[in-house]
Each structure stands twice: as C-alpha cells, then as structure tokens.
Design a protein around this ligand. Sequence first.
Ligand SMILES: C[S@@+](CC[C@H](N)C(=O)[O-])C[C@H]1O[C@@H](n2cnc3c(N)ncnc32)[C@H](O)[C@@H]1O
Length: 275
Amino acid sequence: MYHIEKNTVQETLIIPLFGRKVCSEHFPELFKDPEAERICSMLDYDFAENGQKMESAVGLFGALEVAQRQYDLAWEVKEYLIKHPYAAVVNLGCGLDDTFRKCDNKACVGFNIDMPDVIKVRNEILPAGERENNLGYDLNDEHWMDEIDPSHGAVFFASGVFYYFKTEAVRKLLQKMAKKFPGGIIVFDSCNQRGAKMMTKTWLKEAGISDVGAFFSVEDKAEIEVWSNDFTSVTARSYMRGYRDIYNEVRLLHKLMIRFCDSLVKMQIIKITFK
Ligand SMILES: C[S@@+](CC[C@H](N)C(=O)[O-])C[C@H]1O[C@@H](n2cnc3c(N)ncnc32)[C@H](O)[C@@H]1O
C-alpha cells in the first residue's frame, strides 16, 4: 500500500484516477479500465469522502469527464503515431495515468513527467516499462525538454494539468515547446473562466487555488492562436462529443450537463500543431 497525503499536490492526481475507476465500474461498455481499478486498490488513501461525492449523479458526471478526456487525448496520440510511429509520447503532469501504455505501438518511446514526489510514488506503482521513462521535473523548469529526442516526432498531452498554471506560464511553456519540437503536437483539456471558478469549489481547492483570474482558462482558441508564429494550427473540439459522442449513451441529467459544459463552460480539447 502506498500512502497519499491529504491536501498535497499528490492528492490532485487521485481525482482523475478515481474517476476512471468509478467509470470503469459504472459504464464498463464505454470505459473499462482494470488498471485504474488495480492502482486505486494499491493506494492507502481515504476514498470515502471523494467516493461518496463521485457516486452521486452530479459526481458521476465528473467521473465521465475525466474518463472521456483520457479517451480523447489517447485518440489524438494514436492518430499522431500513425504517421510518426517512433515518436516520443510525452505525458505532462502524468500523475498515475497510464495513457502511454494504452497507446503503445511497440515502437514509440514514452515519457511520463510530473513533480519529483509524484514520480517517486509512480515508480513504485507504475514502474517504467520497455521504452518508457518516468521523469521527475517541475514543468516550469525547461530542462525536462532536453530529455526528449524529437528526431522521430513528438506528441505531448496534458490531462487536467494546466488549470494549476498561471496563463503566463502556459504561454511561455507552449512557445518554448513550439521552438524546440518542430512538427510536434500538444493536446490538452481546457475550460473557460466560469468553469475554472466552478472548479475552485472542488478540484482546485486541494491545490490552494481560489482566485482563478490569473490561472489558465480558454474561452476561444483564438486567444492561443496569437501566442506564437511557430503554431501551424490550433483546433478545439468538445470534450464529450468531439471524439466519441456519448450524448446518447447517458441519462437525461448528464445530457443536460453536456450541453451546459459545451456552451457555457467551454470544456474543450485543444490541439496545437508546431511548425
Ligand atoms: C489533476 S492531476 C492529473 C494527473 C493525470 N494527468 C491524470 O489525468 O490522471 C494534475 C497533475 O499535474 C501535476 N502538476 C501540476 N503542476 C505541475 C508542475 N508544475 N510540474 C509537473 N507536474 C505538475 C500534479 O502533480 C498532478 O499529478
């Protein structure tokens, strides 16, 4: 058993992991994820509080969001690997997410990057396999970029991570990545400021974020397009409907929540292609 402290940055990775487990149990035809179930069973963490919340009808929608965004980002990774089979597959702020293994084509190279204390736990629970590296870095320390060989292409993804970053930090990070990894892509989830405000009551609370003004949120992808001349394109798709449309698979309440999130919270998967 591996202990996860409450009210630490480590704790933020529990929510998506637990969400994937809950979805695996509640929606097995859509999100069967035995690995998420296995990892949760290895953690010494009081799931009771989050568990009760997530088993409620509204809570289940949160679980659907995190499971669906992993599906969306994995879709983009697999798509990139069709043309770049030997590419670097880089999970930024990986927590205990195993997307690399879900996308592994037996030729690409995986990099899972997170804070050193998170990587310590990850090394115990998900030790790096073949062609896989777990790297402990603060993403704001650009030295992590030197670990990635871009010669066969690079696909980056960040799942539930940039909400914890100031807008300025995301802008700098993306600008540097575009210069360093030409031909690469990055995909990540985002929401608008209304969504970020809603998250401060739940998800971002553990990270001590209450004032979202300076933190990253996106109303319209045009805000990002102007950040760099090294971006070839910036596209945005709906989280819940843009890749695999699950609208017709879910109950009425969740249908209404999907509509709300699309139109008023702007929950999107953003993809940037580097020149
Ligand atoms: C909500 S969790 C998401 C974990 C994982 N991507 C998933 O979907 O299961 C956010 C993750 O971002 C990591 N993170 C936040 N800020 C970071 C930074 N500056 N450098 C590296 N990792 C960071 C946290 O440690 C945490 O694991």
